[in-house]
Design a binder for this molecule. Structure first.
Ligand SMILES: C=CC1=C(C)c2cc3[nH]c(cc4nc(cc5[nH]c(cc1n2)c(C)c5CCC(=O)O)C(CCC(=O)O)=C4C)c(C)c3C=C
Ligand SMILES: [Fe+2]
Ligand SMILES: [Fe+2]
Length: 334
């Protein structure tokens, strides 16, 4: 039986314009997994304020990162989509020798290519076994559970459901931790070490954690493993949370406030890594690499470096292969 592996990430607008950003945000922010405030209230805010105003503000930021990468190498279009597609191609190449029975492709939760059409195409091609790998190392209901929902929705009316499994998380997978550590070591070999390493994770509302979302705990565990692998002392690193959205309290400490404090305190060099992002995207290339750099330098910091996401690193692709391998139906394991 042929198996297909589907790498998934959040998704991105089809182009960096306000109408395309609006269409993407409508799809994304209408998902009850993403925003949990009472439905009628949220729909009024979304359609009355967010969709009329935010796209015009965010589209220029998308335009800024379109075709850009963290290391200056050009990418094609949306960095998030480019890296996700290339990750699938590289994983396919990596697996080809040992596992010619496996096909690797990609899909996104919001926007294109959608999971439903990818699975429909693969089924027409004769695939009967699917492994979905959400590229979110840390599980959150706001991201990973939305993918489980889509899988369930796609097969809701099917009688003969194929063999399908979803990777829940890989926040402490040793290959993932090692790839993160290698990326920091490689960076420090070229540019020398930082005074402080900030591990900035995408935030979620604090209320979600109180309701049982394991995301915060998983972020902290990833951070502890990474710091241990790098042999850092407690005063050499810290965790923070970025990309706050809306008025509610989100996970703390906030990345922007932390960097301003550190700049004011006279910490000269800070390096930032974003372990929750498998690919560089708006939230790393703009918010971390541009906005927060400016915050830190304005507050008195001297030197600021963003260590790129794992993107297309060979050790990242090896980690994805190991994660997939663990999930494959037993009879297919090599
Ligand atoms: C509204 C609440 C949001 C939650 C909760 C949230 C969680 C969350 N998001 C990611 C990863 C990504 N988010 C990205 C963009 C993005 N995220 C939100 C909002 C929430 N995210 C918005 C509104 C946007 C769009 C940009 C903006 O308008 O500010 C992206 C980048 C997409 C790209 O095209 O580059 C990623 C990736 C995680 C991992 C997460 C929870 C753990
Ligand atoms: Fe987000
Ligand atoms: Fe943001």
């Amino acid at each position: 039986m042929s198996t297909a592996v589907i790498l998934m990430n959040l998704g991105t607008p089809s182009e960096p314009t306000a109408p395309a950003v609006r269409s993407f945000l409508r799809d994304f922010l209408s998902d009850p997994r993403v925003v949990e405030i009472p439905r009628p209230l949220w729909l009024a805010i979304l359609h009355g304020l967010v969709l009329p105003l935010r796209p015009r503000r965010i589209a220029p930021a998308y335009a800024e990162i379109w075709g850009r990468s963290a290391d200056g190498e050009p990418v094609e279009g949306s960095p998030l989509l480019y890296y996700t597609r290339r990750q699938a191609e590289l994983l396919q190449e990596y697996l080809r020798e040992q596992r010619p029975d496996i096909t690797v492709t990609h899909a996104v939760t919001y926007g294109e290519p959608q999971l439903e059409s990818v699975i429909a195409r693969l089924r027409r091609e004769g695939f009967e076994s699917f492994t979905v790998l959400p590229l979110y190392p840390q599980y959150s209901a706001t991201t990973t559970a939305a993918i489980y929902d889509q899988v369930a929705q796609i097969f809701r009316n099917s009688r003969d459901i194929p063999d399908i499994n979803v990777v829940r998380d890989y926040y402490q997978n040793p290959f993932y931790i090692r790839a993160l550590a290698n990326s920091v070591r490689d960076y420090w070999e070229k540019r020398g070490p930082a005074d402080k390493l900030l591990l900035s994770f995408h935030g979620i509302p604090k209320a979600n954690i109180k309701k049982g979302d394991p995301y915060y705990r998983q972020c902290c565990e990833t951070a502890e493993h990474l710091a241990a692998e790098l042999g850092l002392n407690a005063d050499q690193w810290q965790v923070s949370f970025q990309s706050r959205f809306g008025k509610a309290e989100w996970l703390q400490p906030y990345t922007d406030k932390t960097l301003i404090e550190w700049g004011k305190k006279g910490i000269a060099r800070v390096d930032v890594i974003c372990p929750a992002f498998a690919a560089d995207c708006l939230e790393t290339l703009e918010e971390i690499s541009v906005e927060n750099r400016a915050n830190f330098l304005k507050a008195g910091g001297k030197d600021y470096h963003y260590i790129p996401a794992l993107n297309l690193r060979r050790d990242h692709i090896e980690a994805l292969a190991a994660i997939v391998e663990e999930k494959l139906p037993l009879r297919l394991r090599g």
